[in-house]
Design a protein around this ligand. Structure first.
Ligand code: ADP
Ligand code: MG
Length: 343
C-alpha cells in the first residue's frame, strides 16, 4: 500500500484552458484597451476612439478607421492563435504590435465581445457577438469603414479577477496611461479617450515624437526638452529626448523606451539610464525621457512576456553603452564633454 491518493494527470477542459490563457493576456480593463488599440494601430488606423464605462468593467468600445476584417475572416479572428500578422511564422521578423492571435479570444473568454467590421472596399460588413466563448449573435452589418469592438461585463465570469480590479477612477487612470504610451509609440494616431461620455484625452496625431511628448506633458515642457538627435548603432539607430532639471517627476514612469514602435520595458537599459542620472537630480526626482530605438527586427525578441510589454535586446550591451555615454555627456557627467547641455 503506497498510501498515496495521488491525483491522476489529465487534460484540462477547454473552457478552463481558455480562461487560464486569457488571464495571462487580459488582467485588467487597461489590458483590454491596450490589446484592442494595438489591433487598431496594426490595422493602419489613423483615428481611434475609446469609450469606457464603469472603469471599463461595464463597457469598453474601440472604434477605428483601419483596414477592417473581411466578413469570411471575422469568425476566424476570434479563434485562438489565429492571426494575420506573423509573417510565415517567423518570430524574428515581427513588425506589428500583435502576433500571437490571442487577444480577441482571450477578451471573448472573460467578457461579452461584439466585433463589427467590414474590409476596406466591401459594401457590407458583419457583426459577431461572443459570450462565455460561444457565438450568440452573427449577422450582416452596414459597411462602416473600419472596425468597432465592444467588450461588456468584463470579468463577470472570473470573480478572482473582478476582486483585483480597482475603483473605476483608478482603472481609468491606468487606461489613460496605456493610451499615452501608445501615443508615444505611434504619434501619427489621433487618439481619443472618453469615460462616462467625458473626454479625458485627445491627441493630434501629428506624427512626431517630440511634439507628442510636449502634447502629453503640456506646454511647460517645450522650453525644457532637448532632442539629442539620431545616433547610429550596428543594427539600427536611436534618438534620445529628455527634459532638463527644471522639469522632473516624482516617479520613474515618465522614462519611456520605445523599441520598433512598441512602448517596452527593457529593465537593464532603464536601470543603466537611471544610474547615469545618479547625483544629477535630487533624490526621488526623475526626468521625462523618451528613448526611441529602431532596430533590425531580428535583433530583438518581443516574445518574452504574455502582454508583450518586455522586450529582449540581443545587443543590449552595445545599446546601453552608447545610450548611457550620450546621456552622461548631455548631463555633463562625462569628463570628455566640454560642457553640460542641460545643467
Ligand atoms: P493578433 O493581434 O496577435 O493577430 P488578435 O486576437 O488581437 O491577434 O486579432 C486577431 C486578428 O484579427 C488580427 O490578426 C487581425 O487580422 C484581426 N483584427 C483584430 N482587430 C482588428 C482591427 N481593429 N482591424 C482589423 N483587423 C483586426
Ligand atoms: Mg492583437
Amino acid at each position: 500500500d503506497s498510501g498515496l491518493d495521488r491525483p491522476r494527470i489529465r487534460q484540462l477542459p477547454e473552457e478552463v484552458v481558455r480562461m487560464i490563457a486569457a488571464g495571462e493576456v487580459i488582467e485588467s480593463p487597461a489590458s483590454v484597451v491596450k490589446e484592442l488599440v494595438e489591433n487598431s494601430i496594426d490595422a493602419a488606423a489613423s483615428s481611434i476612439r475609446v469609450d469606457v464605462k464603469g472603469g471599463g468593467l461595464a463597457h469598453i468600445s474601440v472604434v477605428d478607421d483601419g483596414v477592417g476584417i473581411a466578413a469570411d475572416e471575422l469568425p476566424v479572428a476570434i479563434q485562438r492563435h489565429a492571426t494575420s500578422k506573423l509573417p510565415e511564422g517567423r518570430l524574428d521578423a515581427i513588425t506589428t504590435l500583435g502576433f500571437r492571435g490571442e487577444a480577441l479570444p482571450s477578451i471573448a473568454a472573460v467578457s461579452e465581445l461584439t466585433i463589427t467590421s467590414s474590409a476596406k472596399g466591401e459594401n457590407v460588413g458583419r457583426s459577431i457577438t461572443v459570450r462565455d466563448g460561444k457565438v450568440v449573435a452573427d449577422h450582416a452589418a452596414p459597411a462602416s469603414g473600419g472596425t468597432v469592438v465592444v467588450a461588456r461585463h468584463l470579468f463577470r465570469n472570473v470573480p478572482a479577477r473582478l476582486a483585483m480590479v480597482d475603483k473605476p477612477q483608478v482603472e481609468v487612470g491606468h487606461i489613460s496611461q496605456v493610451l499615452r504610451r501608445l501615443y508615444l509609440s505611434s504619434p501619427h494616431i489621433a487618439l481619443r479617450l472618453y469615460s462616462e461620455g467625458k473626454m479625458l484625452l485627445s491627441t493630434s496625431g501629428q506624427g512626431d515624437r517630440l511634439a507628442a511628448l510636449i502634447e502629453l506633458y503640456g506646454g511647460e515642457l517645450e522650453e525644457h526638452i532637448l532632442d539629442l538627435g539620431i545616433r547610429e548603432l550596428r543594427y539600427g539607430r536611436y534618438r534620445l529626448i529628455l527634459s532638463d532639471s527644471a522639469v522632473t517627476r516624482p516617479s520613474r514612469h515618465h522614462i519611456n523606451i520605445v523599441v520598433n514602435n512598441r512602448w517596452a520595458q527593457v529593465k537593464a537599459l532603464l536601470a543603466s539610464m537611471e544610474q547615469a542620472y545618479r547625483g544629477i537630480l535630487p533624490k526621488g526626482r526623475h526626468p521625462i525621457l523618451l528613448l526611441q530605438l529602431d532596430l533590425d527586427p531580428s535583433r530583438l525578441d518581443v516574445n518574452v512576456h504574455p502582454a508583450k510589454q518586455e522586450v529582449k535586446l540581443l545587443d543590449e550591451r552595445e545599446v546601453i553603452e552608447s545610450v548611457c555615454e550620450q546621456l552622461r555627456s548631455a548631463l555633463g557627467k562625462n569628463p570628455s564633454a566640454s560642457k553640460s547641455l542641460l545643467y
